[in-house]
Design a protein around this ligand. Sequence first.
Ligand SMILES: [Zn+2]
Length: 230
Amino acid sequence: MAKICLDYGHGGNDPGAVYKGRKESDDNLSLGMAVATELRRHGVEVSETRTTDRAVSLAERSSLANKDGCDYFISFHRNAFQPEQAKGVETFVYTAPSTKSVQLAEKIQKALVGIGFVNRGVKRANFHVLRETRSPAVLVEAGFLDNSLDNQLFDSKRKEIVIALARAILSQLGISYTTPPPTSQTAPDSGQILYRVMAGSYAIRDNAQKQVARLKAAGFDATIMIYEKP
Ligand SMILES: [Zn+2]
């Protein structure tokens, strides 16, 4: 089974970048954990360097990853420069990167650029988590936290971002992305919540049609929706 280490940058007394009350540590955690959920749904084993708002040192992060022996290590961050001065996405690999890490970085970068972020490219850096982890490692800066347009994109396209990142990682693992089966709890993509009224479930279509006829006769708008039991 494929195993991925996800690292959510900063946390606890280290918020990372901060802008207008927004903390990088929160964005990293929330985005990363959503991606983790998608990966697990595809049978990928995920280990995480933190799952709460707590401080984790860089050394702890890399040793956790090395102990778990993952196929890939992905560190989630958001960028900062000067208020409203820079925007876009960049993905880092080590200064002497493995082929696999470059492949994954390019997929992740392409996924986020596809969402609408400015393409700042795949770059090389001597970051601790890239240097000290044994598995192919990438660090993604998912837009600038001190840029309102990037934050708007980050928030309004959150679902698309999570799926695009999951798709990119899964494709590097040779796993194809599958859309989750619809459930009655899932809100539609538009963000608008619809409350559907049920008036019975039937194993036999005839019985469903009879119920529709009864409802229509009673003045209700009724239709048959086919639902496959999981
Ligand atoms: Zn950071």
